[in-house]
Write a protein that binds this ligand. Structure first.
Ligand code: AMP
Length: 557
């Protein structure tokens, strides 16, 4: 049995260590001693993944309500602690320190919380749905806070927020697993990309069975991603000669297991119940018994053009009234890849071959058209057609390339007319003035520095937000406020904005070293988690590529 206190002490030690090598060593030695069950839980917990592939659904206000109930402190006292510390973990720590009266557990000399018990409580929280779910969430958290020591409470609060703030990300955990169990980093990474579950990977590494982990039906695998192509010409010269439209929709990974069909979003969340017609389409048009298919779901308006991304998200998020929304925003499916068929993995088969399999198991009306050509003007023609139909541009893929889960590489290149929009994490906001005094009107944006995992700011966005959205956003962000100073607030980094802009400039004013010129909000990317936001590297890459842009724009004239 692993006491939760030992886990909390581990987190504390890691957070007080600055070098990532040292952090890795501490974590590796902790992991190497654990029983497989505990190992699985700890591996997720250290990076704030409480239940893999599932969101907990706990917001700050629910957290604070539970702390109030467990400690007997008033909401005002909690607010005061929040103002003083600016950190939900420290709020929990101090509140539990002041907890009165002592709980029965303290008198009865109970052994305290063990990590399985904490995991079990979070599982109940994640599973809660429908009426009464808030209550279930509060009760479980309340239990944890009333049993916890201050230090345990600190990390329970951070787990509840799915944000550990100890400087441990996926990369570090992967390295620690490799080190703890003498596996190669490549094998660990491969296993992770195939399973999307580092706990499972750690367990297999311990048992020396990493190579047994592979693609498995009903378990989402990381999606292959695309890089920005410099131009059509340059992309073709790289060998990316299989040309498809870049559809303006949302990514779906579909697992067909006989008549059972499950759909995963780009974040690898199970969205099956929100997308009944996609399930029907697959049932009607895919002949393979088992298959993992990759494609784009597009919402089409009455004019036959794709609806804005925001509308599709409505479909993906919908839990109630699914049929009604499906009627208003019908989706169509455009498959462009297949990675598993009738018991056989196609990951290592070249795209050409995978495409052949796709064509043989699915009807043409649900397959994205593909043309293989090295003729620049032909590709330009396809590009114009895609844009005229309201889609984003084209994807140029290397026909000889394997499917690389979780990788953004040169084998898939995207060509879009304007500068890439950026997905940035909102880390702060500013209250408006005059009529907008009660509204959060501008939002401070940050990208991820992938070396350190830190968020680096790139400026503010205030354009592109309607009055209606402003009210909605204010409600969302009010819940996430960590600290207020004057007109500005700091918010919990949880929401991702897709932001368009005219240009990226160098700037000493922001910690990223860059600023966006004329930023405007395009969409709130509920489908993306902060860890998926764009990186500083990407921003400097776009900064560099800006010069090549004029070429693509000319095509539109
Ligand atoms: P981005 O999100 O800009 O990095 O572009 C990659 C995304 O484009 C993928 O995740 C898909 O959702 C989408 N997409 C649209 N059409 C295609 C296509 N033909 N092949 C691959 N991805 C596509």
């Amino acid at each position: 049995m692993l006491g939760f206190a030992r886990f909390a002490e581990l987190c504390e030690r890691i957070s007080q260590t600055s070098g990532s090598l040292e952090k890795t060593d501490i974590l590796a030695s902790f992991l190497s001693d654990l029983e497989p069950d505990d190992l699985r839980i700890v591996t997720g917990f250290v990076m704030g993944v409480v239940i893999p592939n599932t969101e907990l659904g706990v917001g700050p206000s629910l957290l604070y309500e539970s702390i109030c109930k467990a400690t007997g402190l008033s909401p005002e006292a909690i607010k005061e602690l929040l103002r003083a510390t600016g950190d939900p973990g420290l709020v929990a720590y101090r509140a539990v320190e002041r907890r009165k009266p002592l709980t029965l557990a303290a008198f009865s000399g109970s052994d305290g919380l063990d990590i399985k018990n904490v995991h079990q409580r979070f599982l109940s929280i994640a599973k809660a749905s429908g009426r009464g779910s808030q209550d279930i969430r509060v009760k479980n958290l309340q239990y944890l806070f009333s049993e916890a020591s201050p230090l345990e409470a600190k990390y329970i609060a951070r787990l509840a927020m799915e944000d550990m703030r100890i400087g441990v990300g996926e990369g570090l955990v992967r390295d620690a697993i490799a080190k703890a169990f003498g596996a190669s980093k490549e094998d660990v990474e491969r296993a992770y990309n195939l399973t999307n579950d580092l706990g499972l990977v750690a367990e297999h590494a311990k048992l020396k069975r990493l190579n047994e982990l592979g693609i498995s039906i009903n378990r989402p695998i990381k999606m292959m991603l695309a890089q920005i192509g410099e131009s059509i010409e340059a992309s073709l010269a790289e060998g990316a000669t299989a040309v498809e439209w870049k559809f303006d929709g949302a990514r779906v990974q579909i697992h067909k297991d006989g008549t059972n069909i499950r759909i995963f979003s780009r974040r690898l969340e199970d969205v099956t119940s929100s997308l009944p017609e996609i399930r029907e389409i697959v049932r009607a048009h895919v002949r393979a018994k088992t298959a993992i298919l990759d494609g784009e779901a597009v919402a089409t308006g009455e004019d036959g053009r794709p609806l804005p991304f925001q509308e599709i998200l409505r479909r993906f998020r919908r839990k109630y009234g699914v049929a009604r929304t499906a009627k208003r925003i019908p989706l169509s499916l455009h498959l462009f890849d297949i990675i598993y068929v009738d018991g056989v993995s196609l990951l290592d088969a070249p795209l050409e071959e995978r495409r052949g399999v796709l064509v043989s198991v699915a009807d043409p009306e649900i397959i994205a058209e593909q043309v293989v050509t090295s003729d620049v003007s032909r590709v330009e023609g396809i590009y114009r057609e895609a844009l005229a139909a309201g889609h984003e541009g084209v994807m140029l893929k290397n026909p000889a390339s394997v499917y690389s889960p979780g990788k953004r590489g040169k084998n898939w290149l995207k060509i879009k007319p304007l500068l890439e929009s950026l997905d940035l994490v909102v880390i702060g906001a500013r209250w408006g003035e005059g009529k907008r005094a009660n509204l959060l009107g501008s939002y401070r944006l940050a990208c991820i520095d992938s070396d350190t995992g830190e968020l680096k700011d790139v400026g503010w966005v205030a354009t592109g937000i309607t009055d209606e959205m402003l009210a909605e956003l204010t409600e969302i962000f009010r819940e996430l406020i960590i600290k207020e100073s004057g007109m500005e607030v700091e918010v919990h980094p949880q929401i991702v904005f897709e932001v368009g802009y005219e240009e990226i400039q160098r700037s000493p004013n922001y910690s990223s070293g860059y600023a966006l010129r004329f930023p405007r909000l395009i969409a709130v990317r509920d489908d993306k988690s902060p860890s998926e936001a764009d990186t500083l590297e990407r921003i400097s890459e776009i900064y560099r590529l800006q010069r090549g842009r004029s070429k693509n724009e000319e095509l539109l004239k």
